[in-house]
Design a binder for this molecule. Structure first.
Ligand code: PGA
Length: 252
């Protein structure tokens, strides 16, 4: 089973366009036993898209939540409010949120909030650069263990880790399958070291950063990788459909 997460970011500009994009995405043929499709539109469109959708093949994610439960937090959206829209998932710690000042403690608080509200967290991690000393390995390990601190092993079946190196987001090329595999192994090892074999096996790991219709098949060939998180190509239903087909064909 492969997971494909489409992160629409702050697109499109109007609800009419969002509906059109969703209608086209909805028509993408996938075998739901082989491919899980999760769409993350802007908060503004979540309720109407998810409540208007009668099928079961697509699930919905928010792109962020508040670290607080309720109260005086102008402009924020709580985990409970996101769950109430019919969403099942939430992306937490996306590099574009971290760039706005979100820190690792915020991310940990948001993961706890999500689980409490019955939302499955998709935790985005990834280094900003590949330094020669290998510090990026420490960075990735720390991002994982801080985000998951204190979470019981039984909850790991609800967790997805999205490895998204910042240098590959919105870039021209994704790293090759071998490079992605090295990092998947690092994420799995970190999970095993800190939370045990069972938690490691229960966690889904996806790759994100410049996945497109051309490299998807190569990335889906990475062993122990459960799927991809897609930005730009999720806004083009033809590209997205090609990626979904590659997922179905490489899924066991
Ligand atoms: P991209 O974005 O696919 O456009 O590189 C990925 C992401 O930011 O999650």
């Amino acid at each position: 089973m492969k997971t494909i997460i489409g992160n629409w970011k702050m697109n499109p500009g109007t609800f009419i366009e969002a509906k059109r994009l969703f209608e086209a995405t909805k028509k993408i043929p996938t075998n739901s036993k082989k491919v899980e499709l999760i769409i993350a539109p802007p908060h503004m469109f979540l309720r109407e898209l998810s409540k208007g959708y009668r099928g079961t093949r697509i699930e919905f994610a928010a792109q962020d939540i508040s670290r607080d439960q309720e109260g005086s937090h102008t402009g924020e959206t709580s985990a409970t409010q996101v769950h109430d829209t019919g969403s099942t998932h939430v992306i937490i710690g996306h590099a574009e949120r971290r760039a706005l000042g979100e820190n690792e403690e915020d991310i940990h608080a948001k993961v706890l909030m999500a689980l409490e509200a019955k939302l499955n967290p998709i935790i985005a991690i990834g280094e900003s650069e590949r330094d020669a000393h290998g510090d990026y390995i420490k960075t990735v390990r720390r991002q994982i263990t801080t985000a998951l601190d204190g979470i019981p092993a039984a909850r790991f079946k609800n967790i997805t880790i999205a490895y998204e190196p910042i240098w590959a987001i919105g870039a021209e090329h994704a790293p090759d399958a071998h490079a992605v595999h090295q990092m998947v192994l690092l994420v799995r090892k970190t999970l095993r070291d800190f939370y045990g074999e069972k938690a490691m096996k229960a966690t889904r790991i996806v790759y994100g950063g410049s996945v497109n219709e051309e490299n998807a098949r190569d990335i889906f060939s990475v062993p122990e990788l459960d799927g991809v998180l897609i930005g730009r190509a999720s806004l083009d239903p033809i590209k997205f459909a090609t990626i979904a087909r590659a997922a179905a064909e490489t899924s066991v």
